[in-house]
Design a protein around this ligand. Structure first.
Ligand SMILES: Cc1cc2nc3c(=O)[nH]c(=O)nc-3n(C[C@H](O)[C@H](O)[C@H](O)COP(=O)(O)OP(=O)(O)OC[C@H]3O[C@@H](n4cnc5c(N)ncnc54)[C@H](O)[C@@H]3O)c2cc1C
Length: 444
């Protein structure tokens, strides 16, 4: 019998699952439901179109709707799945029951509710769906003053975008520094100083208390430090799992609020897999489940869920979460723990910090790179890293994530070999310098 695979969600996880399911069993009937008008586009590029670094939204579309038709994947656009019956094995969409043999839940994330009065005013922008982004982009032409609510990864990107756009930009965050879960203040300072150079107004240690309006439109925000006038608020609160549909059907969620899955992405209910931001996945070092990872995690998880939903066999590993982005004029990134997060989790560490350069010192545009490494006391196994600099951050974050995953030590890193070529790398590698400094701090 041909198997019927239903997927709820048409973003990174859902479409990853659809392609993988069809690839595993070309005879399977694969049906995708999405609330949105489109599937095959990159939301990650939206801030850069707003900032006019990418000239138009059309470039963010990765393929046509016809490509799914050609692959035999039946996508139902603008269709909300309203319930799931896991005993009868069907979902309900448009008032109709759709039976399945395997179900993949890929319903993604919502931005956390700011939880303050005035959230119903017009002028609050939640950056997600590309069609809405196209509409907001026109509105941005008329905006004079904007606030970005919270220095999350998206918040950092939107501060850059609005500044590039020439809009007076205020960043409001209750924490003492930017991206405070993933970074330490000495690393974030590079970014914050460059935002000030770009004209951004930074309001850290400042709590949002209300959105204030006139005639239904946003006029200002009220904060613990007074009012800030604005005609736009970009709400960049942290991501929470959108698991409502699944929990209503009886699927279990965990301590981080995401759907619990095993290493095959199977949920607590047989025949139902889940992937992407609606799930939670154990951290490779702390073993603590975490939620709200990235698009690349969602896509990879979707592929695992899709293969298994179609009768194949694939597993997903715990995560170490390499990350990186452009913020201010710098690139900033890391993997696993910052000092701040290690403290919060009660994880002991030894530390090494190193400063280096991205190219030979005499080569044009050579830029600084600062590296901070955290090692496990005793074994000196690498357990976390942060990087900030002018270039070469992504590659180093990816390398260090693999180093954490494979148990590389600070001693290994202190004696690592590195590429030296004036336009692409300096004689001394900043990662090695940081590791050498860690050993020297320990008298080793
Ligand atoms: C502006 C922006 C910038 C980003 N930048 C980056 C980046 O630089 N790097 C990176 O790695 N990632 C980035 N991401 C990715 C992001 O942070 C997430 O990790 C990723 O989108 C998660 O994918 P997902 O498939 O799990 O869910 P989502 O992208 O949240 O998609 C959820 C899907 O489920 C559908 N859905 C939900 N409920 C229902 C229902 N009841 N019925 C039918 N359909 C439903 C929605 O229509 C949607 O298709 C960015 C995302 C955005 C929005």
């Amino acid at each position: 019998m041909v198997s019927r695979i239903v997927i709820v969600g048409g973003s990174a996880a859902g479409m990853g699952a659809a392609g993988a399911a069809k690839g595993t069993d070309p005879t399977a009937e694969v049906t995708v439901f999405t609330e949105y008008e489109d599937t095959s586009y990159s939301p990650c590029g939206i801030p850069y179109v707003h900032g006019k670094e990418i000239p138009d939204f059309e470039r963010l579309f990765l393929g046509s709707k016809q490509q799914y038709v050609d692959q035999g994947i039946d996508v139902h656009y603008e269709t909300t799945v309203t319930s799931i019956d896991v005993k009868a094995r069907h979902i309900v969409a448009d008032g109709k029951q759709v039976p399945y043999d395997s179900l993949v839940i890929a319903t993604g994330f919502d931005y956390a509710d700011p939880g303050v009065p005035g959230s119903d005013l017009s002028g609050l922008y939640y950056v997600k769906n590309i069609r809405r982004a196209m509409e907001w982009d026109k509105i941005l032409d008329t905006v004079k003053k904007a606030v970005v609510i919270e220095a999350s990864p998206l918040g950092l990107e939107m501060v850059n975008a609005l500044c590039h756009r020439g809009i007076e930009t205020h960043l409001v965050d209750p924490s003492p520094w930017a991206l405070s879960v993933a970074t330490d203040p000495d690393m974030a300072k590079f970014v914050e100083d460059s935002w000030v150079e770009m004209g951004a107004h930074l309001h850290f240690n400042t709590k949002l208390e209300a959105f204030l309006g006139d005639n239904g439109g946003l006029r200002a925000i009220a904060t613990s430090d007074g009012e800030i006038e604005c005609d736009l608020a970009v709400v960049c609160t942290h991501k929470v799992a959108n698991a409502r549909l699944a929990t209503a059907a009886g699927l279990a969620t965990g301590s981080a609020g995401g759907l619990i899955v095993d290493e095959t992405m199977l949920t607590s209910v047989p025949g139902v897999w889940a992937a992407g931001d609606c799930t939670e996945i154990p951290h490779g070092v702390s073993k603590v489940p975490i939620q709200g990872l990235t698009g690349s995690h969602a896509y990879a998880q979707g592929k695992v869920a899709g293969v298994n939903a179609a009768g194949g066999k694939r597993t997903y590993q715990p995560v170490y979460v390499p990350w990186g982005m452009v913020a201010g004029k710098w690139m900033i990134g890391g993997v696993s723990f910052s000092e701040t997060l290690a403290h919060a989790l009660g994880i002991p560490y030894v530390l090494g910090v190193g400063q280096g350069i991205s190219r030979a010192r005499y080569y044009p545009d050579s830029m600084p790179i600062r590296v901070k490494l955290l090692g496990e006391p005793g074994s000196l196994r690498l357990i976390g890293a942060q990087l900030v600099g002018g270039e070469g951050i992504k590659e180093r974050a990816d390398f260090l994530a693999m180093a954490v995953r494979t148990g590389i030590t600070l001693r290994d890193l202190a004696t690592m070999e590195n590429v030296y070529s004036p336009p692409i790398g300096a004689l001394a590698e900043p990662i090695a310098t940081a590791a050498q400094n860690a050993l020297s701090n320990l008298g080793k």
